[in-house]
Design a protein around this ligand. Structure first.
Ligand SMILES: Cc1ncc(COP(=O)(O)O)c(C=O)c1O
Length: 399
């Protein structure tokens, strides 16, 4: 490798270590679940996974993946329009459209790709995209790409600030298309988008709403159909993007759900769709089984929320101040990045895997450990985590 680049990268890595912000990978040697076997640590309680419903290791989901592999082989060997689309993709997309309450859906190898592939494809020079300040990095990059490629205008509104969104929409009145982009559940805060208000403003200003429901699919709403179901507005959101890598099986993949015309247009023009292979059939088959499993087991969603409520309250009773909320994402703010990383390391020493997040993922001074509760956790798992939090919290002077 080029020597100058090598030494620059090494010196930056040394800087990360010195500042206490270097991320160490932890190796798991068992399926993702409420507990997992971690190399060098034995069994640890997992409080850092998006496997909200525990579907990653449900036998039906795993078996469906194996059957998909046997039936279709490893993959398409190229992109879909060139070498064919497997029937499992069509079946999955039909199930996802039904799940999201839209006419159609189109899968991608990740929700990152779905978000990257949307604004740059549907917007042009006379359009604007208005994005929540705390949207996921994939939306931010998708918007940047759209600006670079199409020369569309871009704007950011203060997090969930409807007055600011209204002001930005007012300014954008002359634009051909106004696209509002929001997360359904914001991943670092765990709060829910003010979807009814966003839809109301969109109607008033003739704007299109695109919501990334990655953390809400399988999580919010009586049947886990996401933020729209939670808010009683299923079918009212123009475009929903989401991942298959969290509650919906946890493997990988993403999708965009919307009108038939939108999905057709993305099939024709969206670059990650046109120039990248399809979702591997084994992954598509597992995701389809996960969506079907969720349809047959809505009680998992209720259990998830019971666990989240219990855990949040137990943290409060122990003296922590988690961010208030009603989702299974429970962040505990600690301030400096190195403090969050230290707490996460100490929790791991106690057998609890919780990730610490700091700058630049969250703003300076707002570093945190983010707990994610699952329907698969038993009270015993959660109590073990609370005991570890109390021990570490006292040592670090957090409680
Ligand atoms: C809100 C949100 N959108 C998109 C993504 C990316 O999803 P994927 O892993 O399918 O690329 C994530 C993953 O962290 C996310 O939290």
């Amino acid at each position: 490798m080029n020597q100058a680049l090598e030494s620059r990268l090494q010196s930056e890595l040394d800087g990360f270590r010195k500042d206490g912000v270097y991320k160490r990978l932890n190796y798991l040697d068992s399926p993702q679940g409420p507990v997992a076997r971690m190399e060098g640590r034995g069994e640890v309680v997992i409080l850092s996974s998006n496997n909200y419903l525990g579907l990653c290791s449900v036998p039906l989901v795993v078996q469906a993946g194996k059957a998909g592999l046997d039936r279709y082989g490893a993959g398409t060997g190229s992109v879909r329009f060139i070498c064919g689309t497997f029937t499992i993709h069509r079946d999955l997309e039909a199930a996802l459209a039904k799940f999201a309450g839209t006419q159609a859906a189109l899968t991608y190898v990740s929700c990152w790709n779905a978000n990257e592939g949307l604004p740059a494809t549907i917007l042009g020079e006379n359009d604007i995209v208005i994005s929540d300040q705390l949207n996921h990095a994939s939306i931010i990059d998708g918007v940047r790409l759209a600006k670079a490629i199409t020369k569309c205008q871009t704007a950011v509104y203060k997090h969930s600030d409807m007055a600011d969104l209204k002001a930005q929409l007012e300014q954008a009145k002359g634009r051909r298309t106004r696209l509002i982009m929001t997360d359904g559940i914001f991943s670092m805060e765990g709060d829910i988008a003010k979807l009814p208000d966003i839809l109301e403003l969109a109607k008033r200003y003739d704007a299109v709403v695109c919501m990334d429901d990655s953390h809400a699919s399988g999580v919010l709403g009586e049947h886990g159909r996401g933020t729209a179901e939670h808010c009683g507005v299923l079918g009212a959101v123009d475009i929903i993007t989401s991942t298959l890598g969290k509650a919906l099986g946890g493997a990988a993949g993403g999708f965009t759900a919307g009108s038939t015309a939108l999905c057709d247009f993305l099939t024709q023009r969206s670059r990650p769709q046109l120039f990248s292979n399809a979702l591997p059939p084994t992954v598509a088959a597992s995701a389809l089984a996960a969506v079907e499993y969720l349809g047959a087991h809505p009680e998992l969603v209720e259990r998830l929320h019971e666990n989240a409520r219990w855990f949040r309250q137990a943290l409060i009773d122990a003296g922590f101040k988690p961010l208030p909320g009603e989702t299974p994402i429970v962040p505990v703010i600690l301030g400096e990045t190195s403090r969050a990383i230290r707490m996460s390391e100490m929790l791991l020493e106690e057998g609890v895997f919780v990730t610490g997040f700091g700058y630049p993922v969250v703003p300076q001074g707002h570093a945190r450990v983010r707990c994610q509760v699952s329907a698969a956790h038993t009270r015993e798992h959660l109590q073990r985590a609370i005991d570890a939090f109390k021990k570490v919290g006292k040592k670090l002077g957090v409680i």
